[in-house]
Structure formats: C-alpha cells, structure tokens
Design a protein around this ligand. Structure first.
Ligand SMILES: [Zn+2]
Length: 86
C-alpha cells in the first residue's frame, strides 16, 4: 500500500496535532504568535520524523511561508530579529 507524503495527517494526526498545540500553548514556535497548526521542524521530505520533538505549533503565516524548508526560529520577515543575530 503506497504511503503518501502526508500520511502523518491520517487517523493519528488529529490527536498528535492537539497534543503538540497544547504542549506549545498554542504559541507559534517561530514567531510567538497564536498557532493553530502543527508542522515538522525538519520537513518530512527532508527526512524529518513524526516525533513530538520534530513537531511544533505554528501559525498559518509561518507554516505557509516555510513550505518545505527547515523550520527556523527566525521568520524571514523579522528583520529586527535578524539584525540582532547576524
Ligand atoms: Zn508564526
């Protein structure tokens, strides 16, 4: 049986998603905003696992902008933050 790339969003995903959102207090891991999604820090397509430590709460803005890249704590639009770490 072929396994799709998004197989993690099957039966168990709903429970996992809720667990991660509650663990992270519905706070986006990247920007600290209100999160209503959960995504892989290291994308599955890059070899990321479906384990709790590779999953983080994320807001739609960060999740969409991240796409398939590795999730970083620095949103690319946060130039003030970038200026402080570069
Ligand atoms: Zn965010």
């Amino acid at each position: 049986m072929p396994v799709s790339q998004h197989s993690s969003r099957g039966a168990g995903w709903k429970a996992t998603r809720l667990r991660i959102l509650e663990r992270d207090a519905y706070t986006c891991w990247m920007c600290g905003g209100e999160a209503d999604q959960v995504d892989h820090r290291l994308a599955k397509s890059k070899g990321g696992a479906d384990t709790d430590d590779n999953l983080s709460a994320a807001c739609a803005r960060c999740n969409n902008s991240k796409s398939d890249a590795v999730m970083v704590r620095t949103p690319y639009w946060d130039t003030e933050y970038l200026a402080n770490i570069v």
